[in-house]
Design a protein around this ligand. Sequence first.
Ligand code: ATP
Ligand code: MG
Length: 394
Amino acid sequence: MNININNLNTYEKQLFNKANEVIARLNDHQFQGYIVGGSVRNILLGLPINDIDITTDALPEDMLKIFEHTIPVGIEHGTIMIINEFPFEVTTFRTELGYSDHRRPDKVAFVKDLVEDLKRRDFTVNAMALKGSTVIDYFDGIDDIQNKLIKAVGNPYERFQEDALRMLRALRFMSQLDFEIERSTLHAIQSNIETIQHVSIERIIVELKKLCQGTNFEKAISLFFELGMNLYIPFFKEIEKSAFCKSNDFLIWIAKLCINQPQLMNHLNALKISNKEKKTIKSMIEINGLMHSNTDKRLILFQYGIDLVMQYMQHFMANFEQNIESIQNLYEQLPIKNNKALAVNGHDIIETLNMKSGPWLKTVIHQLTQKVVTGELKNDKNELLKWVKEHVKI
Ligand code: ATP
Ligand code: MG
């Protein structure tokens, strides 16, 4: 079977030509070179290609000699980044030996045969190579693309024994490609499910984020819970069945789970995500609480800003589209958009009342801010200080 380059967009054609230049250069030095993996799969499926990986029988030291612009990104695994206008990851044909920890091979060995390299790859749809425009397909990946199946290369049970992350990758590709998982592959996942506990939470989250963004996240997340894969992953193992839910955004998914089961908040640290991500999750949960307690929307907009409120509405409100404009207007019309814009400061208040500063001051400023945001008081120095004189009593 041949691929049709005319189906690629301008950027992809350019990328493809530049990759083939790298391969031609390898050929000039009597080495083989093939485009492999995700880009071959996506070209066949008519999906966008973002990067192109190349596999070769040249050793890393050969590549360093042949090409001027190189970055040794993973020399011990045989990977060199070769820059030819675009960066290409070029990896020496390799086989992987022994996986005593269910995570990574004990050893990699460079080999001379393309087929050996393709054999170590996870799924048939990811194990095809291109020679020019001809697809090299030892494991019937083209059939599986036509049948929309994720199928392990070789013995699925052994493949998941070797690397437990592949089970989650199967769900990720199921979501991204809108494919089913082939029967024996699915059975092998069921039999190995608890070995996912050997994979680091960081690697799991990389896959879960991609899974959420995929076309068929609903089916893949359902299967994640149905298989009980969650039971062997920090944070996710705490989730009760009644809290199960889905989202096409990882952080929103976590927020929704925490809303359904508040005790999960105590386990957020186990996800080892960044403080910024944790803050987004917490803001979503807080905004949700405020929205449901009928808090004035202007106060919510003032406290969280337009971006977080929009993000909340997009994911939590069914009629989001109809509300975009009114919420934007409401934000535009806020009398003040941040604390600094208040017409009085602590100093003015202390002076007016002739009192010593103390914790009370923060409370008064907070009250003033709320009244200004909701339009109860004008953001005018005299008016605000008048209110202070009349209402603050100690
Ligand atoms: P994308 O980059 O679009 O997410 P991809 O197919 O390129 O998808 P990568 O994770 O970048 O996925 O991996 C590149 C290729 O390396 C895969 O297509 C597959 O052939 C192989 N591969 C990656 N991870 C594994 C693994 N854990 N086990 C076996 N093969 C793998
Ligand atoms: Mg890739």
